[in-house]
Design a protein around this ligand. Structure first.
Ligand SMILES: [Ca+2]
Length: 339
């Protein structure tokens, strides 16, 4: 297998996407950032621990979303489909949403450079790569003494737009960003291969784990346990998934609707069944005012400022995502200097 991996930000994508190198690289060994190679070796990973000293494994993966992993390893360019897209999609969106979408003009730059398919291809390569790494962890767990008494929770903190609504990246409140993986394996409770269509959010992870583990849930924890849905994915459920992106800006997602409200009070409403790509903003329809009223009940009423980035962490005034973005930009600049 011949691969090449690039590091860097989406905004540097036009410069970075180049024909694959013929330089031999093993993408698995060269790109692991979440554990040393030795800890992932079958002899040491999840080996038998002494009684009373059971391991907790937090396996996170970090790599550039548009990593430049070679198409030869994963997805041929001819098989790449561009995401659903309408040139006029932003015309019925409030100005706050338009600014979020267009940002620094990444989409226009990618299209102008003729790199849209290549960027999607690279993103898919990253997804496939991470999927393979998750498989390694699960394979090791399966072979370990802990396969029948370990709860597995797999989640990504956000989705990603690849040009939909002229946007590249995260930090929007639309479906492709607000929807993220959430997979549970609870021995004795979940059934392999089952899928749940109910709308939930990550506020549920903490109370679900405390309930499953039989420990008290602290009073400050919001959200509700997903145990009923883990036992029966078809169980009745009357709660939406709520997503926040920057202070005072949220979306409320039910199985039928997504309602978005920005800090200035402007809003969007989408019928997710009739319009799964969220092309038609229905918020101005008078006959749907009652729907908006029902969904708005779920909007958070407490909206604290984010946290500011400081030398050692976060301070009030800036969000954690801003920290991540800032770190990414600094890293990109550092790499640029080193080349
Ligand atoms: Ca639209």
């Amino acid at each position: 297998m011949q691969c090449r991996q690039f590091r860097g930000s989406v905004t540097g994508i036009v410069r970075q996407l180049q024909p694959p190198s013929t330089e031999p690289l093993n993408p698995v060994e060269e790109s692991v950032r979440w554990g040393s190679k030795s800890t992932l070796g079958s002899k040491s990973f999840l080996r038998k621990f002494p009684e009373g000293n059971r391991p907790e494994v937090d396996a996170g993966h970090q790599t550039a979303r548009i990593s430049g992993l070679s198409s030869r390893c994963w997805h041929p360019i001819d098989a790449i489909e561009l995401p659903p897209y309408r040139e006029d999609d932003l015309e019925d969106i409030p100005s706050v949403g338009q600014r979020k979408a267009i940002g620094a003009g990444t989409h226009a730059a990618i299209v102008k450079a003729g790199q849209w398919k290549a960027a999607v291809q690279s993103y898919l390569a990253t997804i496939s790569f991470v999927d393979a790494q998750i498989g390694r962890v699960l394979d090791a767990l399966e072979k370990s003494p802990y396969r029948d008494n370990t709860i597995v929770v797999l989640f990504g903190d956000h989705g990603w737009q690849l040009g939909e609504k002229h946007h590249w990246g995260k930090t929007t409140l639309w479906e492709e960003v607000a929807r993220a993986p959430l997979i549970w394996i609870v021995p004795g409770l979940t059934k392999p291969g089952s899928v749940c269509a109910r709308t939930v959010d990550f506020m549920s992870i903490y109370p679900t784990l405390t309930e499953l583990c039989g420990v008290p849930t602290p009073k400050h924890v919001q959200g509700v346990s997903l145990k009923p849905l883990l036992a029966d994915p078809q169980a009745p459920w009357d709660r939406p998934g709520v997503t926040t992106s920057q202070q005072g800006q949220h979306s409320v997602r039910t199985e039928k609707w997504r309602y978005i409200r920005y800090q200035d009070g402007t809003h969007e409403l989408y019928d997710e069944i009739a319009d799964p790509f969220e092309w038609t903003n229905l918020a101005a329809k008078k006959e749907l005012a009652g729907v908006i009223q029902e969904l708005a009940v779920w909007l958070p009423t407490e909206n604290k400022a984010g946290l500011q980035l400081s030398a050692g962490g976060l301070e009030e005034g800036e969000s954690p995502s801003a920290k991540a973005d800032g770190a990414g930009r600094r890293k990109g600049r550092a790499e640029k200097k080193s080349r």
